[in-house]
Ligand binder design. Structure first.
Ligand code: SAM
Length: 219
């Protein structure tokens, strides 16, 4: 599920240039029974299956142990654990920036089915003293944590130095407007002309900035 997205464009380039690295840990590889089960019925009843805590905890321990990207010798790791959940705190750009600045490694736990045994969070926090946040990417329920994980990987990565090219970084710091235009200047559609606003063709930078700010405020 991740391969095609991570291979593309800016994130693909960042991985190739070793600005970021992404590793995957399948809970099934951390099971101890021969059927490699990762889920079971919920105590107290209810629909759907719940993911076992222990394979996930072992996977997190393994992920925590891997060396820091690009480090020649041991570097003190600063690891954050994110437990994806539709009822977690809302993921924002500000939070993505904080994560990118504060941590060397981010472990994202992606659930499926009805979710994950609540003891994962308790054990990671209490016994392994890990820094854990429950995070939601929005007020809707998806079938699994894969898309939320990709959303987080994308938005955190673009905050890391060298991930965006010069032009792209510059764009980040500019006020962007909610309305953008490119060629052609006029589009004829069903007898009507749809034109680019005159000010954008004027070459008058101060006026263009004013227009962009106005549009930005409205959005
Ligand atoms: N019963 C769970 C609840 O209401 O919290 C829903 C579980 S959901 C079907 C399965 C998994 O998808 C979750 O464990 C989480 O990893 C992921 N997920 C679904 N929606 C999400 C969202 N909006 N933000 C983050 N993760 C989400």
């Amino acid at each position: 599920m991740f391969d095609s997205y991570l291979r593309e464009s800016i994130i693909g380039r960042a991985l190739k240039n070793k600005k970021i690295s992404v590793s995957f840990y399948n809970p099934r590889d951390f099971t101890k029974d021969k059927h490699r089960r990762v889920d079971d019925k919920a105590y107290g009843g209810g629909p759907g299956m719940v993911m076992y805590a222990e394979p996930i905890i072992r996977a997190v321990q393994k992920a925590k142990g891997r060396p820091v990207l690009g480090a020649k010798r041991a570097v003190k790791k600063n690891v954050k654990v994110i437990l994806l959940s539709p009822s977690g705190k809302k993921f924002t750009n500000t939070y993505a920036t904080t994560l990118s600045k504060k941590y060397t490694d981010i472990i994202i736990i992606s659930g499926r089915y009805e979710g994950i045994d609540a003891r994962v969070k308790k054990i990671l926090k209490a016994d392994l003293s890990m820094d854990v946040d429950e995070v939601s990417i929005g007020e809707y329920v998806l079938t699994g944590g894969e898309l939320p994980a990709m959303v987080m990987i994308d938005s955190i990565s673009r905050q890391i130095e060298g991930v965006l090219g010069k032009e792209e970084s510059l764009e980040e710091t500019r006020i962007s407007s909610s309305e953008m235009y490119t060629r052609p200047e006029v589009i004829k559609h069903k007898g009507k002309n749809y034109k680019v606003p005159k000010v954008l063709l004027s070459g008058h930078h101060a006026e263009i900035e004013k227009w962009k700010q106005r549009k930005h405020k409205k959005s």
